[in-house]
Design a protein around this ligand. Structure first.
Ligand code: CO
Length: 135
């Protein structure tokens, strides 16, 4: 079951400048920065009402965010839906014919297990499923 939009991911070329803009926009500063080593990405999180904004900055040329910025420029990168049981949702979507980008859930930022759904399956929007984990 999908619970809510957990966050919206935005790819940026200059994290400090983007943080200043989103702080001005939302009236509140980023509550944390977190590196996701496996994705070669530095993230910065803002609370925005009942959801969050996740700024995504590439740490190397091997990062998918680097390739995204090259191809599409800055902007919205993904919408993340919080789900109760990510494995169950992945199985449900597979059965429904969606193309998943991960075989197994992987570790994302902000204490989450995540999985991406291919944009081709979702009218050109990259969808992230995420499930909160405790540690
Ligand atoms: Co995300």
């Amino acid at each position: 079951m999908v619970k809510r939009v957990e966050h919206i991911g935005i790819a940026v070329r200059d994290l400090a400048r983007a943080e200043a803009v989103y702080e001005a926009l939302l009236g509140v500063g980023a509550y944390k920065r977190e590196t996701v080593e496996s994705e070669q990405v530095l993230t910065s999180f803002f609370q925005a009402g009942g959801t969050k904004i996740e700024l995504l900055y590439p740490l190397s040329e091997s990062s998918a965010i680097h390739r995204f910025l090259d191809k599409r420029g800055e902007g919205m990168h993904h919408i993340a839906f919080e789900v109760e049981d990510i494995r169950e949702e992945m199985a449900r979507l597979r059965r429904a014919g969606f193309r998943l980008l991960n075989e197994e859930p992987k570790r994302g930022a902000d204490n989450k297990l995540i999985c991406f759904v291919h944009p081709k399956s979702c009218h050109s929007v990259l969808i992230e499923l995420c499930q909160s984990v405790d540690d």
